[in-house]
Design a protein around this ligand. Structure first.
Ligand SMILES: C[S@@+](CC[C@H](N)C(=O)[O-])C[C@H]1O[C@@H](n2cnc3c(N)ncnc32)[C@H](O)[C@@H]1O
Length: 268
């Protein structure tokens, strides 16, 4: 695998020099959520691997996860460049291609913990960034962080107030706790993506964009049809930083057209 690169020649994307405070664990299971690796985990992973081997004398799922993390160039690069998660590279790769973040962009980051995407948004010059997660997130300079559930009915207005107006970009890297049962996990992640889309409809400015994590097979038929109505362009991408063996994809919808959404809801 090629080592990850930040945006060519830009000093903006080198990430902070150090990770302030202690990074936080995500709610998902080890092995399913690459954001669970923080620098502290990485520092102790080698020791844990050894002790697991010693304790059990056989390979465990946790040991495989630790080995994978230790051998992952994105994990090493994230640690070196000061990104809180290897997931930061997914947003960097998406934004290199779609150019959604720029000077003055107002962004809502749903499922922000431990803060990698929020860091990238700030580094790329976004004007206002609000990160939301069920879990606490250490402060990110230049962003506002709030702990809560995006399904809370007050959340869309609350986040719009924090941004000082509608958002130009809603991004969701939200992931549920995984069960290991593929169909259930697929349903849960698609539920989050659909919820994020509904949230985006409530907070996006005309012409705004939406990024969400979905599962292989792309977006569900109904969700895709709705996005095609409400946005001028809808694409699915698998950024190189997304693990090959993972069935995750990202849907990128640009050019929000609220009037089309209104028309279609009248016709329904
Ligand atoms: C893969 S992690 C996000 C990683 C993040 N993009 C980064 O780069 O650091 C997914 C996050 O979604 C959050 N999440 C799941 N359901 C949520 C909900 N209902 N409201 C807010 N956050 C949620 C989880 O707590 C978890 O921290």
């Amino acid at each position: 695998m090629k080592p990850p690169r930040s945006r060519s020649g830009s000093s903006k994307d080198t990430g902070p020099k150090r990770i302030p405070g202690k990074a936080l664990k995500s709610a998902s299971n080890p092995g399913e959520n690459d954001a669970t690796l923080d620098s502290a985990t990485a520092r102790t992973a080698r020791n844990k691997t050894v002790s697991l081997r010693t304790a059990r004398g056989r390979t465990t799922a946790q040991q495989r996860w630790l080995n994978r993390q230790l051998n992952d160039p994105y994990v090493a690069a994230a640690r070196k460049q000061g990104w809180r998660s290897r997931a930061a590279f997914k947003l960097i790769e998406i934004d290199d291609r779609f150019k959604l973040i720029g000077e003055g962009t107002r962004i809502i980051d749903l499922g922000a913990a431990p803060g990698g995407w929020t860091q990238v948004a700030v580094k790329r010059g976004a004007k206002h960034v609000v990160g939301l997660d069920l879990l606490p997130v250490d402060p990110v300079a230049g962003a506002e962080i709030i702990e809560g559930d995006f399904t809370d009915p007050e959340m869309p207005d609350r986040l719009k107030d924090m941004l000082g107006g509608p958002a130009d970009l809603v991004m969701s890297d939200m992931a549920p706790n995984t069960t290991g049962h593929a169909a259930t996990d697929h349903m849960r992640i698609m539920g989050l993506a659909e919820g994020a889309l509904d949230f985006a409809f409530q907070v996006l400015a005309e012409g705004g964009s939406f990024i969400a994590k979905v599962f292989q097979g792309g977006s569900e038929k109904d969700m895709l049809a709705l996005m095609k109505t409400a946005f001028s362009s809808v694409k699915h991408v698998k950024p190189p930083a997304s693990r090959k063996e993972s069935s995750e994809l990202y849907v990128i919808a640009t050019g929000f057209r609220p009037e089309r959404l209104l028309e279609s809801s009248k016709g329904a």
